[in-house]
Write a protein that binds this ligand. Structure first.
Ligand code: GDP
Ligand code: GDP
Length: 469
């Protein structure tokens, strides 16, 4: 699980500036999106080796009466959701009453907290920090968010709290050895079959959890009802992944001799009664579940139609490259005309997710629910099949023969061979000359060709070009 870092502090201390820097770090912008809720922004970032989630909260001005009002609800929630809190103060303004209120509240929480003294550009770091010692927060770091000064050092210090667990390797990383055919292209039909249906590869893919399926969606779309439906009378042993209210419930089960683990963000079968100190719906929980899943079932509500929050969630699923099945729920009792309107709207607005199957279901009555498994299986297979270099290279050659890449400065772009560079989502790495000049349209043409020929449904495909060799 990626650590979650919350930025809190009164307005104007530099939270948004730091948020932008942390989510658009020079190393990599893994994903960035905002506006899932009105008050909090969520972004993902990476500095160094580790990915993290950052929550930017609105300001806490200190003009409100009492700590509860002052620590606006959304800031409180962000703190609850976070693994670490960065409490920002302004070196130029110095200690304020609002800072003290926030500090007081943070001392009552048992969260690792760092006091971040921002805007130290052009002033003495130690002098700037000394004024804030009375807040009683041991870890104090001076930064200049606007200039990037010490931001990397600061985040490294924070991330030291979260050593990367041994087990946290991706589906692909753990199997890299199986893909050593990357560069020497095998010849002959036999090797294609071997590479694609290698039983050792298959057994490795089926980890102890089977296919991990996350059920996600905004509040009230019917996630809990669907989870109960999917499990039916199944006697399941539920375990909380890490045991906090922020974490999803993981439910392993078998169906038709196939293993799955449902990642239940709605917390339907949470064991015992855990005090829900945070809202039932949590963005962080949802993001973590999507990241951890092989296949996401995104639940939409036919009664409300598509809303912005649905699109944000969908955008995140796509950015993470997860396999996807869309379930339009509450399809019961709708007039034919309304159904058609909804279908039209989805077709119009979900074009960017057109690789995913759409199911119209009623979790309440059970209609259409069973069919979801077929699409989940199909999507999982599409996302995790190990295409051989041989097969991919031939497809590339055919595609190029059919439709040549354009000329660049009088020279034709040459695409020579392809290999699989990753799974879930499948990453097709294409080697050639002048690949940086391959136009978007041609890339899309290749992507569509691979998708069609490999019959990839339910998963995005990524294409990466490499020049040389
Ligand atoms: P927020 O309200 O806490 O999100 O604060 P913002 O990120 O919007 O920043 C408030 C103001 O402080 C803006 O004018 C920023 O340009 C400025 N600011 C942010 N970081 C720094 C910094 O490191 N040094 C200086 N001098 N100004 C900064
Ligand atoms: P969650 O917040 O996403 O977990 O949503 P719930 O499963 O708690 O469902 C929210 C409300 O929608 C409840 O009142 C459900 O009974 C209702 N609901 C769920 N699925 C359906 C459905 O397929 N049809 C109809 N008509 N109502 C449903």
């Amino acid at each position: 699980m990626n650590p979650v870092i919350a930025l809190v502090g009164r307005p104007n201390v530099g939270k948004s500036t730091l948020f932008n820097r942390l989510t658009r770090s020079r190393d990599a912008l893994v994903a960035n999106y905002s506006g899932l809720t009105r008050d909090r922004q969520y972004g993902e970032g990476r500095l160094g080796e580790r990915d993290y989630i950052v929550i930017d909260t609105g300001g806490i001005s200190g003009n409100e009466e009492g700590i509860d009002a002052a620590m606006a609800q959304q800031s409180l929630q962000a703190i609850e959701e976070a693994d670490a809190v960065l409490f920002l103060v302004d070196a130029r303004v110095g200690l304020t009453a609002a800072d003290e209120m926030i500090g007081q509240h943070l001392r009552t929480r048992n969260k690792p907290t760092f006091l971040i003294v921002n805007k130290i550009d052009g002033i003495d770091d130690d002098v700037a920090k000394s004024e804030f010692y009375q807040l009683g927060i041991a870890e104090t770091v001076g930064i200049a968010a606007a200039h990037g000064r010490n931001v990397r050092g600061m985040i490294n210090q924070v991330m030291e709290l979260f050593p990367r667990p041994e087990t946290e390797t991706s589906l692909f990383e753990s199997e890299e050895a199986l893909l050593t055919d990357g560069l020497d292209i095998p010849t002959g039909e036999g090797s294609i079959e071997l590479a694609e249906q290698s039983t050792s590869a298959k057994s490795q893919l089926e980890s102890e959890h089977g296919t991990k399926v996350a059920i996600v969606g905004r509040p009230n779309v019917g996630k809990s009802t669907l989870v109960n439906r999917l499990l039916g009378e199944e006697r399941v042993v539920v375990y909380d992944h890490a045991g906090t209210t922020r974490d999803s419930v993981y439910i392993p089960f078998e169906r038709n001799e196939q293993r799955y683990t449902l990642i239940d963000t709605a917390g339907v079968r949470r064991r015992g009664r855990v005090a829900e100190s945070i809202e039932k719906f949590s963005v962080v929980k949802t993001l973590q579940a999507i990241r951890d899943a092989n296949v996401v079932i995104l639940v939409l509500d036919a009664r409300t139609g598509l809303v912005e929050q649905d699109l944000h969630l969908l955008g995140f699923v796509i950015e993470t490259g997860r396999a996807l099945v869309i379930a339009v729920n509450k399809w019961d009792g709708l007039e034919q005309r309304v159904k058609q309107d909804i279908k039209d709207e989805l077709e119009y607005r979900l074009g960017f997710a057109n690789f995913a199957r759409i199911h119209f279901i009623s979790a309440l009555h059970g209609s259409g629910v069973g069919n979801l498994y077929e699409s989940v299986n199909e999507a999982y297979k599409a996302a995790t099949t190990r295409w051989s270099s041989n097969r991919l290279t031939r497809l590339l050659e055919d595609a190029v023969a059919e439709h040549q890449p354009p000329l660049v400065n009088g020279h034709r772009i040459k695409l020579r061979y392809a290999h699989l560079g990753g799974l879930n989502p499948p990453l097709v790495v294409i080697h050639g000359n002048q690949t940086a000049a391959v136009p978007q349209t041609y890339q899309r043409y290749l992507e569509n060709t691979f998708r069609r020929e490999l019959k990839i449904v339910g998963s995005p495909i990524q294409i990466e070009f490499r020049t040389g060799e």
